[in-house]
Write a protein that binds this ligand. Structure first.
Ligand code: ATP
Ligand code: MG
Length: 408
């Protein structure tokens, strides 16, 4: 079927009252940016929706991109027809015939937005329904739960005919709920946590700790490609690469083997908190999942979490590993995540990491390091390299975002 336009329906933002207008404008900016490779598209804003005129561009290509945009609930490919009854009937029939698999039942729902149209919606239901039925053997009407609902929307400028409804990513428009720093390791969990945070309307900046040269160049490339994948969803992502070697080595010499991971995680949060402040973020997002490893017991989370005063968001905290893996596969990060390159945290893994670290002891060890700890944290912040990853996979040099990237 040759579609003329795509009807895009917005999701949860419609309940947000006064700010709705601004959020819808944000979402439209995001949609335009994601589709900018298709120059012929035209965008017309309606109430809680957008009409995208294809002007010859491919519906499949547009739909493929729309399904991954946060804040879009559903979308439909639409044929526009003139008001002539015979044209409407014939177009409806052709549309029904083009469906695969062929529906067994259907109903017609006509909406007459243009009240001057000579037939009212009840008449139109019959006029179109009868024509489709007469010309499609085996098709029946079912008004309660039809396989297909054929929708006809008669407006002054045109009549819109459609019946497919595709599901998109849902959630809130990106950036609507502010910004968070995502702790991005090379593992399976943290990219999924990042995707979930973005879906809830958080703009994210990724922070990765590396222990170069103990961790390899490939480990860094792996994180860059995970961040690129997140940029496909998030429009554009800043990736902070923090040098962690010196601090990590010092922490490993503290004489408390079982606390190394706890100490490392606390320092990571302290560094991230400073990066958050510099970049206007109000939360830290991690891929922690309760009970998964020693650093993710409630006891560990408690002691680690106290090192930062920012809210710690852990989207995966109550999820099963298999569900996290399924999500990683769906969003296209899994294959990269399972590449075998080492992470900084695997370098100094103690034989028996504490599952219930003692907060007072941890604080004593840190106090004992005194100003040196503060100096190393500050140096790590200063030595942080920043990459800006674009949604088309290119790397921009770091710098201030351009004005067109309003959601950045
Ligand atoms: P992941 O699959 O995300 O690596 P994991 O199950 O391996 O998670 P941990 O290694 O214990 O879990 O890490 C818990 C969380 O701490 C990660 O999800 C991530 O948010 C953060 N984290 C761990 N290592 C790093 C790192 N090198 N850089 C940035 N964040 C990290
Ligand atoms: Mg990990």
């Amino acid at each position: 079927m040759k579609y003329d336009l795509v009807l895009v329906r917005f999701g949860e933002i419609t309940i947000k009252g006064r700010n709705r207008n601004r959020f819808e404008a944000m979402l439209l900016t995001r949609i335009k940016s994601a589709l900018k490779e298709m120059p012929n598209l035209e965008f017309v804003r309606g109430y809680a929706r957008v009409y995208i005129h294809l002007n010859g561009e491919s519906y499949e290509q547009v739909g493929d991109r729309l399904k991954d945009i946060f804040g879009i609930q559903t979308f439909s490919p639409v044929i526009s027809s003139d008001h002539d009854l015979e044209v409407i009937r014939e177009t409806s029939l052709q549309l029904m015939r083009s469906l695969s698999p062929a529906p067994r039942t259907f109903k017609v729902s006509v909406k007459r937005g243009w009240k001057q149209y000579p037939h009212d919606s009840v008449e139109m239901n019959h006029l179109v329904g009868a024509h489709v039925l007469r010309n499609t053997p085996d098709l029946k009407v079912d008004v309660r739960s039809p396989d297909v609902e054929l929708k006809i929307d008669i407006q002054h400028e045109s009549t819109y005919i459609y019946c497919e409804v595709e599901k998109a990513a849902g959630g809130f428009p990106l950036g609507m709920n502010g910004k968070g720093m995502l702790l991005l390791s090379g593992g399976i969990d943290s990219p999924v946590a990042g995707w979930m945070a973005m879906r809830k309307g958080l703009k994210i900046e990724a922070v990765h700790f590396h222990s170069y040269p103990f961790t390899s160049e490939q480990a860094k490339e792996k994180v860059i490609s995970l961040a690129k994948r997140l940029a496909y969803y998030g429009g554009k992502i800043k990736l902070h690469l923090v040098p962690f070697t010196e601090l990590q080595t010092k922490l490993a010499q503290s004489g408390h083997d079982s606390l190394i991971i706890t100490l490392m995680r606390r320092s990571m949060l302290k560094i991230t908190e400073r990066l958050a402040e510099q970049n206007g973020a109000l939360a830290i997002v991690t891929g922690d999942s309760l009970g998964q490893v020693a650093s993710q017991t409630l006891g560990s989370m408690n002691v680690i979490g106290r090192s930062s005063s920012l809210p710690l968001l852990r989207p995966l905290v109550m999820m099963d590993k298999q569900d996290i893996i399924d999500c990683a596969e769906r969003i296209g990060t899994f294959q990269t995540s399972i590449l075998p390159f080492e992470d900084c945290c695997t370098l100094f893994v103690p034989k028996s990491p504490a599952t219930n670290p003692n907060l007072a002891l941890v604080e004593r060890v840190e106090a004992h390091m005194g100003e040196e700890l503060e100096r190393l944290i500050e140096e790590a912040v200063l030595g942080t390299e920043v990459l800006v990853l674009r949604e088309d996979g290119d790397i921009e040099s770091a710098g201030e975002p351009k004005e067109e990237d309003a959601w950045f």
